[in-house]
Design a protein around this ligand. Structure first.
Ligand code: SF4
Ligand code: SF4
Length: 132
């Protein structure tokens, strides 16, 4: 088992497991090589210049600043304001904000069979809670 596989899951408000995110991994291990790899990937795939020193995130539910897409995420703000651990138990589950975030994740390949893995994770949590 490599060190990345040893990371505990950190389930975000949207259902994403932050432990699978390169930014979270680089931060968790304070690894400048992983930061550089992420910056290289973003430049190659999306033609966006990222300063490796800015590649830091302690996970969605941590209150420290976020980078990239997560920095301005409406789902995070909404679920935090509602005092929820994640969107699964929300009475408005499946709202437009959540659907938009999951659609964006499908577009960057964080999906299985066309369904965002974050959505699959939330459905599992809802099932475990008896909400489906
Ligand atoms: S998309 Fe939003 S809710 Fe999901 S991990 Fe990023 S900040 Fe958190
Ligand atoms: S309204 Fe939508 S984004 Fe906000 S907590 Fe509920 S499901 Fe999540």
């Amino acid at each position: 088992m490599n060190k990345i596989q040893e990371l505990a899951p950190h389930i975000a408000y949207c259902g994403l497991d932050c432990s699978g995110c390169e930014v979270y991994q680089a931060t968790a291990f304070d690894d400048d090589g992983l930061r550089q790899n992420y910056a290289n990937k973003v430049k190659l795939q999306w033609k966006i210049e990222v300063d490796p020193a800015s590649v830091n995130c302690h996970g969605c539910r941590d209150t420290r600043p976020k980078s990239g897409f997560c920095a301005s995420c409406e789902v995070r703000q909404c679920a935090a304001e509602r005092g929820l651990e994640n969107c699964a138990p929300c009475e408005d589950y499946g709202c437009e904000k959540l659907q938009k975030v999951h659609a964006a994740m499908i577009n960057v390949g964080k999906a299985v069979d066309g369904i965002a893995t974050a959505s699959i994770n939330l459905d599992t949590i809802r099932n475990d809670m008896g909400l489906t």
